[in-house]
Design a protein around this ligand. Structure first.
Ligand SMILES: N[C@@H](CCC(=O)N[C@@H](CS)C(=O)NCC(=O)O)C(=O)O
Length: 217
């Protein structure tokens, strides 16, 4: 049975190529696992039944041979179980990848949420203008430690893994000010990830799935 991933049939231009169904799409492309998309509308009201699949009505949700789950990190772990090219089987290597997967989503991505809030969604608010300088400085410190931890390695684990799918897709959201350009180690890391044919196929497929105008569910 083919894997099914939910995605959106339309998003505003700034979000195109960044919607989180990109993560499972990328993972499937890495291991040549066929998948089908179920495209839903991001516009309210979302079908009530969808909240049974994803409590906040978000994407992605994955269905795989009777198994259903939400949260892109959990979905990456699930796909990792299917192929050691995504999640190594050696206990230490696997633990390292798992730790970095959580780090991407729990220790780095929250900074990206706050940046998006201050730079886009609440940009006109006075509090956002006041918070912006310290947020950029604090996010920079977090990225510095990440760059140190990555060191001269190509990937976060011994080889490419789901941890890199998570971290690269998180860091792609950090193109604010000179947060990335001033950190060439991270810029190179993201460039390595996004140059992979599997990423290129995944993002092309996501972009091709968007309608030009909002479409109701
Ligand atoms: N922690 C969730 C976040 C999912 C998420 O934020 N999805 C966004 C698209 S990237 C979404 O569905 N937004 C629409 C909404 O919140 O209504 C995950 O990683 O799967």
């Amino acid at each position: 049975m083919t894997i099914e991933i939910t995605g959106f049939n339309w998003v505003p231009d700034f979000a195109r190529g960044y919607v989180r169904d990109l993560r499972p799409r990328w993972a499937c492309e890495e291991i040549g696992l066929p998948y089908a998309m179920r495209l839903i509308s991001p516009l309210p009201p979302k079908p009530a039944a969808y909240f049974g699949e994803q409590p906040w009505g978000q994407v992605p949700v994955l269905h795989d041979d009777g198994v259903q789950l939400f949260e892109s990190g959990a979905i990456l772990l699930h796909l990792g179980e299917r192929d050691e090219r995504l999640l190594p089987r050696d206990p230490q290597a696997r633990a390292t990848v798992t730790a970095w997967l959580f780090a991407a989503l729990n220790s780095v991505e929250p900074w990206m949420f706050e940046l998006a809030n201050v730079e886009i969604f609440s940009a006109k608010e006075e509090w956002a203008k006041l918070r912006r300088p310290s947020l950029l400085a604090d996010t920079g410190k977090r990225l510095d430690r990440l760059a140190d931890a990555l060191g001269e390695r190509e990937w976060l684990g011994d080889g490419f893994s789901i941890a890199d799918i998570a971290m690269v897709t998180v860091l792609r959201n950090a193109d604010h000010e000179d947060l990335m350009t001033s950190r060439p180690r991270l810029t190179d890391y993201v460039a390595r990830g996004t140059a992979r044919p599997a990423f290129q196929h995944a993002i092309a497929a996501q972009l091709a799935d968007f309608q030009p105008e909002p479409v109701a569910a």
